[in-house]
Design a protein around this ligand. Structure first.
Ligand code: GTP
Ligand code: SPV
Ligand code: MN
Length: 601
């Protein structure tokens, strides 16, 4: 560690009397043996100090402070640019509890391995203790976590992504109930990279990666993997969902939650800017990645966003595609693995302008026009405070959350799945979620563009047995007097030539309007063997440049394609094994039977 870190002031003495917390931090320090311990308070002063340290040791590069005040660039190790599903483990006492879709390691074995790796790992380094809250302060839905990390980049990101510091210690009080998260960078080597979760102990142990979902432990590790385990036990849902509110010109507000896999459009949809045709309509963001949902005393489903910022995909973000995201990035934002322009600004593929001459790529190398490599890594990200979002919902800090009228599942599918489809009922809706497929993206390491089943967009994030998770979803219907209606969307259907059929982005408002009208039972639809679709004219296309052939292609339900689709889900259901709920297996057969009937077979 460069000398600059030794100048790091800050509370070395615990600013808390919480015995369980002090004891755990002492245990971690005894293992990792840091040179110094800093308890983070979340103050502006602390941010300034840590940012200065991070710039001094090269972790952050200061951007042009006139153009982007408070903004910095971080270049991660090129071997560490995405989540690593093959190195992510659920460590339950039995393998069955983790289920067939998760990587499993016995808790004792995992602890032994990571204890070995972490022994003395912070020697010469600073250990930061980061108390944080997932969810609005004071909300009964919220959870407190403590992340202990040796990465100043993680601290500065957690400061944006969560309610961090003193408020978290205040909320915790002297309770011993908090998530324990230990994060060690080690030598950032894939050979020594393990993201491990111990749901029964509310414990996370992550080593060898400094990147996003691997290292910001409040996000995917606590809010989804540990969260989903707790949700099953306590009767709620922790989901990979955005939450948005739509306000009609008359002032009626409706909220929807939508699960799309990583890099499939949640941030974009959550910040949707309605097109001109929808003058007077407004969309507000509650959350862009994670939702915690509970039955309310009124029988409706209520949702909070446990996060406090956006860790969003940079490439493709522009004033044209997502102006609210662009406006969220003008200040106090950290950029990871994007390009650096000669005037100290950021650049990525799909921005509004060409990259200027003299741009430096995400690995710090000069980039030349016409060169092959990308300026920004395809999974490059921005970390922006949600307070920057010009269309932030007024209700993000409401302790009880917002009431959800519709749940939307969507994937990246070049064929088969139409623009929008409504389920017949809750079980069919859960089936839609459970059989969701999507082409893989750069958000995780591995091949890109292969269709894989990604139930509820939770395949990488479900902290327990997937069959048990489906059972929980099916059971959930009984907890709701007014269940949200369930839909499926696909913005990514393509022509044979590989061009998107639907313009997407803001134009998705047209589809959202139908979804809301259906959820509020104020418009009709046409019944197909696989679900309800809009009737001709139900989706308003005025002012939109799309041919009627393209629209028909985007919305068509081809029963032969669907037969194939349903047949291919059998393999997936079989891999789930004995915990696969009967209702979903029968639903699959029912749909196939109805297709047979429709085709006179
Ligand atoms: P995570 O943060 O990884 O969970 O991703 P996300 O689901 O929030 O995805 P995001 O909104 O960042 O979008 C990812 C990619 O999908 C970007 O490259 C977008 O440009 C693209 N995208 C988003 N919405 C649309 C759409 O409606 N149509 C098309 N064709 N592309 C879209
Ligand atoms: C995702 O991959 O779904 C993300 C980014 O939101 S990460 O935080 O790395 O999981
Ligand atoms: Mn995500």
């Amino acid at each position: 560690m460069p000398a600059s870190a030794s100048t790091t002031a800050g509370a070395a003495k615990p600013p808390t009397k919480n015995k369980a917390l002090i004891k755990w931090v002492e245990e971690v320090a005894a293992l990792t043996k840091p040179d110094r311990i800093v308890w983070c308070d979340g103050s502006d002063k602390e941010r300034e100090r840590l940012t200065k340290d991070a710039v001094a040791d090269g972790t952050l590069i200061e951007l042009n402070q006139k153009k982007r005040p408070g903004c910095y660039l971080h270049r991660s190790n090129p071997n560490d640019v995405a989540r690593v599903e093959h190195l992510t483990f659920i460590c339950t006492p039995t393998k069955d509890e983790a289920g067939p879709t998760n990587q499993w390691m016995a808790p004792d074995e995992a602890k032994k391995k990571l204890t070995g790796l972490c022994d003395g790992a912070m020697r010469g380094r600073t250990m930061y203790v980061v108390p944080y809250v997932m969810g609005p302060l004071g909300s009964p839905f919220s959870k407190v976590g403590i992340e202990v990390t040796d990465s100043v980049y993680v601290v500065l990101n957690m400061r944006i992504m969560t309610r961090m510091g003193k408020p978290a210690l205040d909320m915790l009080g002297d309770s011993g109930e908090f998530n324990r998260g230990l994060h060690c960078l080690l030598d950032v080597n894939p050979e020594r990279r393990y993201i491990t979760h111990f749901p029964q102990e509310n414990l996370i142990w992550s080593v060898g990666s400094g990147y996003g979902g691997n290292a910001l432990l409040g996000k995917k590790c606590l809010a989804l993997r540990i969260g989903s385990y707790l949700a099953n036990r306590e009767g709620w849902l922790a989901e990979h969902m955005l939450i948005l509110g739509v306000e009609s010109p008359e002032g009626q507000k409706t909220y929807v939650a939508a699960a799309f896999p990583s890099a499939c459009g949640k941030t974009n949809f959550a910040m949707l800017l309605p097109p001109k045709r929808f003058d007077g309509w407004k969309v507000f963001t509650v959350g862009d990645d994670i939702a915690w949902l509970r039955p309310g005393p009124d029988g409706r489903l209520w949702a909070i966003n446990p996060e406090n910022g956006y860790f969003g995909v940079a490439p493709g973000t522009s004033y044209k595609s997502n102006p609210s995201a662009m406006k969220s990035l003008v200040k106090d934002t950290l950029f990871t693995n994007v390009g650096l322009t000669p005037d100290g600004d950021v650049w990525w593929e799909g921005m509004d302008n060409e990259a200027p001459e003299g741009t430096i790529d995400w690995q710090g190398k000069p980039w030349k026009k016409g060169a092959e490599g990308k300026v920004a890594h395809p999974n490059s990200r921005f970390t922006a405070p949600m307070a920057n979002n010009p269309v932030l919902s007024k209700h993000v800090d409401d302790p009880e959350g917002v009431p959800i009228s519709a749940i939307i599942f969507g994937g990246r599918r070049a064929t088969t799945v139409p623009l929008v489809l409504q389920s017949f009922n809750w079980v069919h809706g859960v089936f839609m979620g459970a059989t969701m497929g999507s082409e893989t993206t750069a958000a995780a390491t591995g091949a890109v563009g292969v269709v894989r089943r990604d139930p509820m967009a939770m395949l990488p994030f479900c902290g327990y047995n997937m069959g048990e998770y489906f059972r929980h979803w099916l059971h959930f219907r009984g907890l709701l007097k007014y269940p949200p209606r369930i839909f499926m969307v696909n913005w990514f259907r393509k022509t044979k030539e590989g061009k998107f059929l639907w313009p997407g982005y803001g134009e998705n408002m047209r589809v959202l309007k139908w979804i809301i009208d259906r959820a509020l039972v104020r418009t009709g639809g046409a019944e197909t063997p696989v679900g309800w679709v809009p009737r001709e004219g139900d989706i308003d296309l005025s002012g939109l440049d799309i041919s009627s052939e393209a629209f028909e292609e985007a919305t068509k339900v081809d029963l032969n394609e669907w037969r194939q689709e349903l047949e291919s889900t059998k393999d997936f259901f079989d891999t789930i094994g004995p915990t696969m709920p009967k209702a979903l297996k029968l639903q699959r057969e029912l749909l196939l039977g109805v297709i047979d009937a429709a085709q006179g077979k």
